[in-house]
Design a protein around this ligand. Structure first.
Ligand code: HEC
Ligand code: HEC
Length: 262
């Protein structure tokens, strides 16, 4: 009698083991199939929509690249400017999603509104297959926690006060490259190169539009996280939240020279 129930117990343990094993490998298969689907779809979409600029192998050397001042990204280097992660780290998928959906203002990088969410996910999986950097644990990071916009942005007077406190900070920390009036013509602006060995000029911050968006939160993000591969470092560790918001207020108070002439 005893041996009988023992055998039964062993039998049920073995069954349970086989069963959950089968379930787990089915889930793995499903995930692998999805990954493969995304990769193939992403490769197809990339060949169709991105190679004129980014090149057939993603090296940033498509037929249009020679004509462009802001060169298309070389995805083989695994270095990305537009991120919510600390300076030097890889972007998270939401960062790539934002760039693909919104484009990069003032450059040839278009925005792609007609892609489905699955299309964008597919392009991201394909982009991530183009560089080994994506396998490096030390380059992965959570996004920085970016603060909510302070209430004083809603008041013209208070904003002016904050812009005034941002002015000396801008002069001491940013003007060397961006120029005292924020026109991108500081003494250190000449001869700057990015890591892709293209000449780069500090942004004209007085201009109406900025590459990665015009909202105060967009400017905050760029100042805090920096733009990888360029001399624009991230200031999250150097400046306080309050100081960064003051700089944003200052940048937004700069007169646009383009508009003055018009
Ligand atoms: C007409 C040219 C053009 C086309 C087409 C184009 N791009 Fe771009 N893309 C650019 C340029 C130029 C930049 C670099 C802008 C900069 O560095 O300021 C860029 C930058 C990017 C970036 C930002 C990388 C970073 O550093 O954060 C991503 C992501 C990107 N492109 C994805 C795509 C994808 C995906 C497609 C196709 C669906 C595509 N691009 C099609 C010109 C193009
Ligand atoms: C060593 C030179 C250098 C210094 C110092 C510097 N920047 Fe920059 N900054 C750059 C360059 C170069 C770019 C353009 C990068 C590009 O176009 O890809 C840039 C871009 C930016 C942008 C992005 C504008 C856009 O179009 O989206 C902002 C915002 C900015 N800088 C703010 C600042 C602030 C604020 C400071 C001071 C705390 C500062 N920078 C200090 C070189 C510098």
């Amino acid at each position: 009698m005893v041996w009988h129930s023992l055998v039964f117990r062993w039998f049920s343990i073995v069954c349970a083991f086989l069963f959950t094993g089968a379930l787990a490998s089915e889930a793995d298969d499903e995930a692998e199939r999805r990954e493969l689907h995304l990769y193939l779809k992403g490769r197809y979409l990339f060949q169709k929509q991105c190679t004129t600029c980014h090149g057939t192998t993603g090296r940033g050397n498509g037929p249009w690249a020679a004509e462009l001042t802001d060169k298309p990204r070389n995805f083989r280097t695994g270095i990305f400017k537009f991120r919510t992660t600390p300076y030097g780290k890889l972007p998270v998928t939401d960062d790539l999603r934002r760039t693909i959906r919104s484009g990069i203002s003032g450059t040839a990088m278009p925005f792609f509104k007609d892609f489905s969410d699955d299309d964008v996910d597919a392009l991201i999986v394909f982009l991530q297959s183009l560089s080994r950097e994506w396998d490096k644990e030390e380059l992965q990071s959570e996004p920085l926690s970016l603060p909510e916009i302070p209430a004083w942005f809603g008041s013209v007077e208070k904003k002016q006060k904050h812009a005034a406190s941002g002015a000396p900070l801008f002069k001491s920390t940013c003007a060397a490259c961006h120029g005292e009036e924020g026109n991108g013509d500081g003494p250190g602006a000449k001869g700057l190169m990015d890591v892709w060995e293209h000449p780069i000029t500090p942004a004209a911050l007085s201009a109406e539009h900025h590459k990665s968006g015009d909202r105060p939160t967009d400017l905050y993000r760029t100042i805090a996280t920096g733009l990888n591969g360029t001399p624009m470092i991230g200031y999250a560790e150097v400046l306080t939240e309050e100081q960064i918001w003051d700089l944003v207020a200052f940048i937004q108070s700069l007169p646009d020279p383009g508009k003055k002439d018009a």
